[in-house]
Design a protein around this ligand. Sequence first.
Ligand SMILES: *Cc1c(COP(=O)(O)O)cnc(C)c1O
Length: 383
Amino acid sequence: MEIPFHKPYLCEEEISGVMDTLRSGWLTMGPKTVEFERRFASYIGSADAVAVNSGTSALHLALKAIGLEQGDEVIVPTMTFTATAEVVCYFNAKPVLVDVEKKTCNISVQAIEKALSPKTKAIIPVHYGGLPCDMDAITDIAKSEGLYVIEDAAHSIPAWYKDRPVGTIGDLTCFSFYATKPLTTGEGGMVSTDNGEWAERIRRLRLHGIGKDAWKRYSKGGSWYYEVMESGYKYNMTDIQASMGLSQLDKIEYMHNRRRYISEFYDREFADSEALLTPYICPDRVSSNHLYALKIKPEALSIDRNTFIERLREKGVGTSVHFIPLHKHPFYREAFGYNGTDYPDAEWAYERLISLPIYPSMSEYDTQYVADMVKEIHGKHKK
Ligand SMILES: *Cc1c(COP(=O)(O)O)cnc(C)c1O
């Protein structure tokens, strides 16, 4: 058996959608992108959504929209992908890394409070694996300190915090449509916001800072004349990507149900394994179930996490680790002096985490095989 860590869920609809776009002759940002933005915004219930070429670009332009400047500070959890913090560095601002909660790997509210300074401008909570952060507490801090909240929702379509879909809570929310994410366009991203001015600014910045509807200049009713209003970026989405996104959006509920089903299956399978800790379930939140982040208890096993992963690999089960905390990477250590003693809970989680395969095309046989192999290795090495 070979079970890869991830396979994108692509069907005839994605293929024919892309073919239609190729045949239409309009390849890059145009009618499909506009349609994808409208349908995405209406799906999550935000006033507006702006499509870009990656989740990283989405985060970068969200920080441009709030006017981040050199010397500002932005609070970011250490348990994330480098994109969340690197965009802060683009501004010569400082990503202030903070610790996470042991049980969810989401940003710790206490750690945010400790990290506040007069230079703090924003908080970027990451909904780890698709489970929303404690948004009431984070919003309260932001309100009382005058900070912006930009959500990193790269894992979180669809997800709900209480009765609110992710994408409608913070000032701006950034999604990723990278190949491994819950909705994919190969590469791509989206910023959702209720603030019309920010949405317009992001629309302008994603296409060279050119004034309104620049993409229309090559359409029938378009004009050759345009004006550059500021120094922008080449961050636009293509209609090829958007047509994939539209097909993915059509089956988003199905894909979510499949991942939820697999997650609940693993939970039941591992419930009696003493040295395994299944992902925490928050009663007031709905996770997108993007990741199934199992934790092992190394104190109850004769092997460590890395060996556990190696044994799974020998059985043909692909896994991953989300994430290597940012403070452990040479860049963040050297540029900002971060060090492990400040992040005990992220360090604790990092030694234990194994992300198991979870994607809609996994069969019953696949999921049973993964669960059996995990239990077999657990049984062999339990102290
Ligand atoms: C994937 C990811 C990103 C970056 O998205 P890209 O589309 O790859 O640029 C940002 N944050 C997190 C938490 C991610 O997992």
